[in-house]
Design a protein around this ligand. Structure first.
Ligand code: F6P
Length: 365
């Protein structure tokens, strides 16, 4: 049985660990002994792009896009961030350039029996469409945005929150020395999880999230309230997808990707400039940008990558296709892909956000 594993969408720490554990578990000699099943594992380079563009008749093209995986190849992978098999934002079902027939044909001509897709809503959306066309697919959740439904944890989130926390720790010393306000922009697209958790664990004074359009005057009033108190500086964390009330999100440029997403970013500059103008406080801004996806995986991401990789092979053995492995109420389980695509898990403002203080809620139970 040939398993093809691929990573799609934005890279992040934890992907390599998941690939390693899919490979190690599938190729475990005990599996062959106990269940008389022999797997072969193939890493597909550059996500769905690799499976669409590979030419099964051309050995050079196969060598470019397909990497046979074994225990020796993946041995050290779990320590490293990024994805060693590459990724892309290619959408084979893009209505403007539908290449799904070619994808189906390649899957069949390459003799691929099962696809393990590691990714967020976009990548798993493709896996679900393939499943509906009869391809045996299993999903592993990954996104630093934390916005995937059907799971309490997606790979990459914890490592990204740690980057935010560490960078804010660094900023505090310079912010304090200069009595400055720092506006820190996080990623997260339309979900405020990264900003909220990153801001909460680093003690940010203000946190702005896309789920609650903010009032610039309120931000300035909150900062002015602090004037003359013992604290000489403030950290304002803003998610890239935030909107001033009644206005639009900030786009980096006019480009739209294969899944129809704009590139968000740049709101921190506007907020910093407005704060300085309205309050007179010296203000600087920092966009953490792709630093949040860099570095090596946190302990949590290494552990979850291992568990998800193992669970993906269990799901294959149980012939539970069309499902995503997931973490729910402290347990590893699976959910139908159908339930995790086409919608995002965003912050429940009522439950988690203090819309007066623009921060995490101070009542939990
Ligand atoms: O979805 C992950 C993410 O990092 C978002 O938070 C961000 O908006 C986007 O990807 C950036 O994408 P790219 O790497 O294509 O610039």
């Amino acid at each position: 049985m040939k398993i093809a594993v691929l990573t799609g969408g934005g890279d992040c720490p934890g992907l390599n660990g998941a690939i390693k554990w899919v490979t190690k578990t599938a190729l475990d000699p005990a599996l062959e002994r106990k269940r008389s099943i022999r797997f072969e594992v193939l890493g597909v380079r550059e996500g769905w792009k690799g499976l669409v563009e590979v030419n099964p008749d051309d050995p050079e093209s196969c060598a470019e896009y397909l990497l046979p995986l074994n225990e020796e190849v993946v041995r050290t992978w779990d320590r490293y961030g990024g994805t060693n098999i590459g990724t892309s934002r290619t959408n084979p079902f893009n209505p403007k350039n539908d290449r799904s027939d070619r994808l189906m044909e390649n899957i069949s001509r390459l003799g691929i029996d099962i696809i393990v897709a590691i990714g967020g809503e976009d990548t798993l959306g493709v896996a679900y469409k393939l499943y509906k066309r009869g391809v045996k697919t299993v999903g592993i959740p990954k996104t630093i945005d934390g916005d995937l439904l059907g799971t309490d944890y997606s790979l990459g989130f914890d490592s990204a929150v740690n980057v935010i926390m560490e960078e804010i720790d660094r900023l505090r010393t310079t912010a304090g020395s200069h009595n400055r306000i720092f506006v820190v922009e996080t990623m997260g697209r339309h979900a405020g999880w990264l900003a909220l958790h990153g801001g909460e664990c680093s003690g940010a004074y203000i946190i702005l999230i896309p789920e609650y359009p903010f009032d610039m005057n309120r931000v300035c009033d909150l900062l002015l309230e602090r004037k003359g108190r013992e604290v000489q500086y403030s950290i304002v964390v803003v998610s890239e997808g935030v909107k001033p009330a009644g206005e639009q999100e900030f786009y980096k440029d006019d480009k739209i990707d294969d899944f129809g997403h704009h590139s968000l970013g740049g709101i921190a500059a506007y907020i910093a400039e407005t704060i300085e103008k309205k309050t007179g406080f010296e203000t600087r801004y920092v966009m953490l940008s792709h630093l949040q996806r860099g570095g090596s995986p946190s302990a949590r991401d290494r552990l979850m990558a291992r568990w998800y990789g193992i669970a993906a092979v269990d799901t294959i053995l149980n012939e539970d296709f069309g499902r995503m492995v997931s973490f729910s109420q402290g347990e590893i389980t699976t959910v139908p892909l159908k339930e995790v695509v086409d919608k995002l898990k965003i912050v429940d403002v009522e439950k988690y956000y203090d819309s007066e203080r623009y921060n995490g809620k101070r009542s939990i139970l």
